[in-house]
Design a protein around this ligand. Structure first.
Ligand code: PEP
Ligand code: MG
Length: 573
């Protein structure tokens, strides 16, 4: 019997394949005394050997599939495995205390991790993360509960899991991963955003997919409607294969507008730009006819590895994007780590409220050396294209001034060193915090542009965690509260002759687009796959009618009322 689940459609498209359950095994261990020491040591050697063989294999496959950079992390893991200081310490403990190898391994790993973490040296701190990962792998073999790695996939699957972290998503190989479904998450969680840029159909927030799906059972993922079908019948398979074809036909229709300008029916031009996470996303940007990059999330360059990227590495990535866009605008956002985007090697303490905590610009202003390295790389890359920089999560003018001062300082240093760097470069901020939207007129006197980050702006305005599907009903982009904030930001920018864009998911939302056009938004930045549908929609909208609808919407009382108004005036299916 088939079973239907409903979740949040996170990335459009239909995928049909076998389920691949992705879950972390339970690796808790208990201490056993008076064990057969010789046997424990033999098991440990066998587990070490299995881990080594496994890591060699993963390293080689990652190198072939994703390139050398991604594979480096596994070389570091192999080094830990052959480090006699660590391995001998574990063996010694088994012998001295006559205890089970798994417990000794856990104890020694914790000890080593603590020592490395307390060192005042970024390289040493990163070794702590390596030891954590490697000891988990060895432990999994000792306990006979192997860890699955997404990098090891070699057949077409749909990943089914509790959640995928952004770094899990960064490892996904499109050749094999046809779609994914998770229990938790919302439309604006980063795994959802990455699924859209990878063009992998995805449904998140189903609450129960892991308890309903068997390993290797057939699954249909409908990322358009947010539906998942487990064990589909022959009839359902046929229906969805048809839907898959229809979606492909629609895409072919949209593709005709690839090289056309983005104009409304009454001739008003806006910029339709794309959000990207890595230079590799540029192919999708071009295929989908984006007029620029409105948000380059640089944090992905810092993820899925064990140490900070160097200035040179960053420079190469930023330059590749700047050059790749051939003079079209590229807005690069400085590091926005924290919230649901973790960097284990920074070893930051866990927080009660990570989205309200030490993240993004707050963290960069404190970790000044790391921030300066990024600013230098950005300034240098700025010499190779039309680059603009923006700072994330700005809450106060002081934060902006401090970040800008560091940028100016690095520009001056580069100049004195005689290193080529951008002389003139627009510097803006993301408006993601209500205090900043309210103070937009004051900010507009100092910044070159605004980019409204509605994913966060909505979560902070409604006090509703964007990762929590139980409060996802409060993600209300059409709420008059949000529309009024958006209007304040756009008006403030225009009053000072500056431009206002939006790079939150709202910018590519069919219901929001008429309102944003009406409010005078200049740049709409979205997942690349939303650009052609948005351009198609824009061609049928009149700016004048949109402006009067937006004016009315601002006076309405609920999100539903606004939605109905837009449906009736502009969408009518
Ligand atoms: C936003 O908050 O709207 C945004 C674009 O940034 P991110 O989704 O990366 O937090
Ligand atoms: Mg944000």
């Amino acid at each position: 019997m088939s079973r239907k689940l409903t979740g949040i459609g996170a990335s459009a498209g239909i995928a049909i394949a076998k389920a691949f359950r992705y879950e972390e095994p339970d690796l808790t261990v208990e201490k056993k005394t008076g064990v057969d020491v010789k046997k424990e040591l033999q098991s440990l050697d066998a587990a070490l050997e299995k881990s080594r063989a496994e890591l060699e294999q993963i390293k080689e496959k990652t190198m072939n599939d994703l390139g050398e950079e991604h594979a480096e992390i596994f070389s570091a893991h192999l080094l830990v495995l052959s480090d006699p200081e660590f391995v001998d310490a574990v063996k010694q403990k088994v012998q001295d205390d006559e205890i089970n190898a798994s417990f000794a391994l856990n104890e020694k790993a914790d000890e080593f991790i603590m020592i490395f973490e307390s060192m005042d040296n970024a390289y040493m701190k990163e070794r702590a993360a390596d030891i954590r990962d490697v000891s988990k792998r060895v432990l999994s073999h000792l306990l006979g509960k192997p860890i699955v790695s997404l990098a090891e996939l070699d057949e077409e699957v749909i990943i089914v899991g509790e959640d995928l972290t952004p770094s899990d998503t960064a490892q996904l190989n499109k050749t094999y991963v046809k779609g994914f479904v998770t229990n938790i998450g919302g439309r604006t969680s980063h795994s959802a955003i990455m699924a859209r840029s990878l063009e992998i159909p995805a449904v998140v927030g189903t609450k129960e997919v892991t308890s309903s799906t068997k390993q290797h059972g057939m699954v249909i993922v409908d990322g358009i409607d947010g539906t998942v079908i487990i064990n589909p019948t022959e009839e359902e398979l046929q229906t969805y294969r048809r839907k898959q074809e229809e979606f492909e036909e629609k895409k072919a229709e949209w593709a005709k507008l690839k090289d056309e300008p983005s104009v409304s029916a009454d001739g008003h031009h806006v910029e339709l730009a794309a959000n990207i996470g890595t230079p590799e996303d540029l192919d999708g940007v071009k295929e989908n006819g984006a007029e620029g990059v409105g948000l380059y999330r640089t944090e992905f360059l810092y993820m899925g590895r064990n140490e900070l990227p160097t200035e040179e590495e960053q420079f190469k990535a930023y330059k590749a994007v700047a050059e790749g866009m051939n003079g079209r605008p590229v807005v690069i956002r400085t590091l926005d780590i924290g919230g649901d985007k973790e960097l284990p090697y920074l070893d930051l303490p866990n927080e009660m409220n990570p989205f309200l905590g030490f993240r993004a610009i707050r963290l960069c202003l404190e970790m000044e050396d790391m921030f300066r390295t990024q600013l230098r790389a950005l300034l240098r890359a700025g010499a190779f294209g039309n680059l603009k920089i923006m700072f994330p999560m700005i809450a106060t003018l002081e934060e902006f001034r401090q970040a800008k001062a560091l940028l100016d300082d690095e520009r001056e240093k580069l100049k004195q060193e005689g290193t080529a760097a951008a002389e003139e470069l627009e510097v803006g901020i993301m408006v993601e915090i209500p205090s900043t939207a309210v103070m937009a007129p004051q900010f507009a006197e100092e910044v070159d542009f605004f980019s409204i980050g509605t994913n966060d702006l909505i979560q902070y305005t409604m006090a509703a965690d964007r990762m929590n599907e139980r409060v996802s009903y409060l993600y209300q982009p059409y709420s008059p509260a949000i529309l009024n904030l958006v209007k304040m930001v756009i008006d403030a920018a225009h009053a000072k002759g500056k431009w206002a864009g939006m790079c939150g998911e709202m910018a590519g939302d069919e219901t929001a687009i008429p309102l944003l056009l009406g409010l005078g938004l200049d740049e709409f930045s979205m997942s690349a796959t939303s650009i052609l549908p948005a351009r198609t929609q824009l061609l049928g909208l009149s700016k004048e009618e949109a402006a009067s609808a937006a004016e009315e919407a601002l006076q309405l009382r609920t999100s539903t009322e606004v939605q109905e108004l837009v449906q009736e005036r502009f969408i009518k299916k």
